[in-house]
Design a protein around this ligand. Structure first.
Ligand code: NAD
Length: 488
């Protein structure tokens, strides 16, 4: 059993006394940790600790160079503990070890280094509309940030929230997802030595109890949430009722448009990566694969052949490309999308059930369904698994219409060798991020956020600066003023 505290407060592990959280290894279904969740008093203590750290000012008022050094020390600490963090994360999430160790842990350290660099380059604002005055704009930290992260990619997403919140001088309380909190808890413990006490606190617990109490807490100043759209609505309403700003990174159902003049092999590789990375549990998945009619048949054959060869296996095996889904509940959710007999609108052409050779574990086959209409629930609802919906289109106009007929708008993918087509696609697809001739690339300086039900606000360089700081305008006369002598 892995030992995991209910909370980390003032840089110390704290045991909780709330309802037990049972943490399971999804590859074996064995219980690997039992964590009593943080009770109400611990939520109050964590917020209080973050508030005290903020008010003390040793983090907020540090010179930029010192804060950069501390953020880099966090990154170095993550690097030094990388193998241990990756082991725990792999066991808890079922994500293949190589993707965790070489992807998410590296990204987690990189997030701290990115924001260390970023704060060294922040520009100020000065206005001189009236020649007798200087007006400048200070950017001050907001205060205490409540950070709520999901289970699909805990290290990458949780570390992004922590690094971006604290880089600008805030303190924070992070609540990882209850399904797989082990890696993120270890990461937060690992960085404590690099930071003043109370700058980063952590609470383990369920969303409806600990998460809800945290986002409604009068001691917090802003909320950053990544997770499902339904939860996002609840949290944004709670934050709004207290007039606290919030940023929402929510679900997706992104279209991957493959035009007939695309580099076929690259588009095929990209489509596979776009749907099957991270065990298919990714908000930015290209889960609706739209292929132009002229190459549709050839693409379907190749896509199915490759999907059937994707290696499902134990996440610790180096050869594994897809591990188990994160939880039994999620496995049942993904399976519920397999069209029922009698559903004439969709046909499974690859996978469609439990991966062969696994009696235990939440292993699901890489799955592709051919769908007749974009109205089908396979095209409208987020499955969040290794499950692609595939359909043909005729004209470019059709492709854009289908891509945009979605309540989500997180990402759009387009593949074509024709620059004019690509230029049209990046304009016509209505989503917060567009990837042209590539799957999943992120420049951390660019905003990452969704349109419509995919989110409100964004993460990334300047977007984070805008969210985690508040502006203060200061006016000072250049020389002594001759003021009106009121009442003289
Ligand atoms: P979820 O909404 O169920 O839970 C996310 C987090 O919110 C968890 O920590 C949970 O405990 C907490 N929570 C739940 N109810 C709460 C409440 N009432 N108050 C406060 N906190 C509460 O989401 P999930 O199932 O863990 O994550 C999957 C979803 O996240 C998918 O929809 C996916 O698309 C989305 N996601 C979005 C992005 C993005 O950047 N847009 C990235 C990753 C995942």
């Amino acid at each position: 059993m892995t030992s995991c505290p209910a909370a980390i407060i003032d840089a110390r592990r704290v045991a909780g006394s709330g309802a037990p959280i049972t943490v399971v290894d999804p590859s074996t279904e064995e219980v690997i940790a039992q964590i009593p969740e943080a009770e109400d008093a611990l939520v109050d203590r964590a917020v209080g600790s973050a508030r005290a750290a903020f008010d003390r000012g040793d983090w907020r008022c540090m010179s930029v160079e010192q804060r950069q050094a501390a953020l880099r020390a966090c990154a170095d600490a993550i690097d030094a503990a990388a193998d241990r963090i990756a082991d725990v994360e792999c066991a808890n999430t079922g994500i293949p070890y190589a993707q965790v160790r070489n992807g998410q842990v590296v990204r987690a350290a990189g997030n701290f280094r990115f924001f260390a660099d970023y704060i060294g380059q922040m520009a100020g604002e000065l206005y001189e509309q009236d020649p007798n005055y200087l007006t400048y704009v200070r950017r001050e930290p907001v205060g205490v940030a409540a950070l709520i992260s999901p289970w699909n990619s805990p290290l990458a997403l949780g570390s992004m929230k922590v690094a971006s919140a604290i880089a600008f001088g805030n303190s924070c309380v992070l609540k990882p997802a209850e399904q797989d909190p082990l890696g993120l808890t270890l990461l937060v413990e690992t960085i404590q030595a690099a930071l003043p006490e109370g700058v980063v606190n952590l609470l383990n617990g369920f969303g409806a109890s600990v998460g809800d109490r945290l986002v409604r807490h009068p001691g917090i100043d802003c909320v950053s949430f990544t997770g499902g759209t339904r939860t996002g609505r609840l949290i944004m309403s709670a934050a709004g009722a207290n007039l606290k700003p919030s940023v929402m990174e929510l679900g997706g159902k992104s279209a991957n448009i493959i035009f007939d003049d695309a580099d076929f092999d690259a588009a095929l590789d990209g489509a596979l990566i776009g749907i099957f990375t991270n065990n298919g549990q990714q908000c930015l998945a290209g889960s609706r694969v739209l292929v132009q009619r002229g190459i549709y048949k050839q693409f379907v054959e190749a896509f199915v052949a490759r999907a059937n060869r994707v290696r499902v296996g134990n996440p610790r095996d180096a050869a594994t490309e897809i591990g188990p889904l994160a939880t039994r509940q999620h496995y049942e959710h993904v399976r519920s999308f397999v069209p029922a007999t009698g559903d004439t609108g969709a046909r499974i052409i690859a996978g469609g059930g439990r991966a062969k050779g696994f009696e235990r574990g939440f292993y699901f086959q890489p799955t592709i369904a051919e769908v007749d209409s974009n109205d089908h629930r396979l095209c409208q609802d987020e499955i969040f698994g290794p499950f692609a919906a595939l359909m043909p289109f005729d004209s470019d106009e059709d492709a854009y219409r289908i891509a945009n007929e979605s309540r989500f708008g997180l990402v759009g993918y387009a593949w074509s060798r024709d620059i004019e087509r690509i230029m049209a696609a990046q304009e016509r697809i209505s989503a917060g991020t567009i990837w042209c001739n590539t799957p999943m690339f992120r420049d951390l300086r660019a905003p990452f956020g969704g349109f419509r039900d995919s989110g409100v606000g964004a993460e990334g360089g300047r977007a984070a600066e805008a969210f985690y700081t508040r502006q203060k305008a200061v006016s000072i006369p250049r020389r002594p003023l001759t003021l009106r002598k009121m009442g003289a």
